[in-house]
Design a protein around this ligand. Structure first.
Ligand code: NAP
Length: 246
């Protein structure tokens, strides 16, 4: 069996997930690139990265979640790292209570919370077998501060943070579980919300300690740090240029 570690990065055809996939690959880790819909972009990224594999699958779908992990292990014979990055939201002003209806809550929780849970539970036996298994969940600063693209989104990421702590308390010593909580990051996430993006970017550039929005590479740096931080578990690492301070 190859000594090279294997990582499954969900939602890695774009934005933060793609930057994480690139960073892990640059550090000698073989990467499974995944997306639910954007197959061409995922395949193109996997073709760029040495030893990478693309797998299409929706993390919210229970059968897909099992299959993604099974196919990754079938292909490489091991799984060492799971990055739960796939996420979704709806852009709903926090004071528009009617718009945050049950359907919005279900759609967001299905991907962000249940998807994270399904991938993690499917991966646990393989991460345990790795001997140094590791999960990094991509959360959000909206889990920590009263802000974000919608109430269901922010609450879903708060759930991810607490899931991180609960699983970390149970899965050691073989598996560490941590999260990264980014602030505003320049990705296609805001493609359908130009006004939200522009006003948030301007406010952050004017008011936060580091005076800029984040890049996908900032989040990739933090993710790689947690992948290699052998004595850290149950932590949520904020990567927001100090947004949570103001
Ligand atoms: N951008 C920010 O400001 C920001 C801030 C804090 C946290 N985050 C978090 O960072 C993560 C990535 O966001 P991003 O900004 O990089 O967004 P993005 O550029 O829109 O990328 C999202 C990725 O997730 C995939 N995806 C969505 N739903 C999926 C599903 N059900 N199953 C599998 N893959 C799925 C998308 O591909 P398909 O749509 O083709 O499936 C795409 O590859 C999310 O969890 C988000 O909550 C982002």
């Amino acid at each position: 069996m190859s000594e090279q570690r294997v990582a499954l990065v969900t939602g890695s055809s774009s934005g933060i997930g793609a930057a994480v996939a690139r960073r892990l690959a640059a550090n000698g880790i073989r990467v499974v690139v995944n997306s639910a819909r954007s197959r061409a972009a995922g395949e193109a990224l996997a073709a760029e990265l040495p030893g990478a594999l693309y797998l299409q699958g929706d993390v919210a779908d229970p059968a897909d979640a099992q299959r993604l992990v099974a196919q990754a292990v079938e292909h490489y014979g091991r799984l060492d790292i799971l990055v739960n990055n796939a996420g979704t939201t709806r852009f709903i002003p926090l004071d528009d209570l009617a718009a945050a209806d049950a359907q919005a809550w279900r759609e967001i929780f299905d991907v962000n919370v249940i998807g994270t849970w399904q991938l993690t539970t499917a991966a646990v036996p393989h991460l345990r077998a790795s001997g140094a298994g590791c999960v990094v969940n991509i959360s959000s600063v909206s889990a920590i501060r009263a802000m974000g693209s919608s109430v269901p989104y922010a609450v879903s990421k708060a759930a991810v943070n607490h899931m991180t702590r609960l699983l970390a308390s149970q899965l050691g010593p073989e598996i560490r579980v941590n999260a990264v909580a980014p602030g505003l990051v320049d990705t296609p996430w805001y493609a359908e919300a130009d006004e939200v993006w522009e006003s948030s970017r301007d406010w952050i550039t004017a008011h936060t300690p580091l005076r800029r929005v984040g890049t996908p590479e900032d989040v990739a740096d933090a993710t790689l740090h947690l992948v290699d931080a052998g004595y850290t578990t149950g932590d949520v690492l904020t990567v927001d240029g100090g947004r949570h301070l103001v």
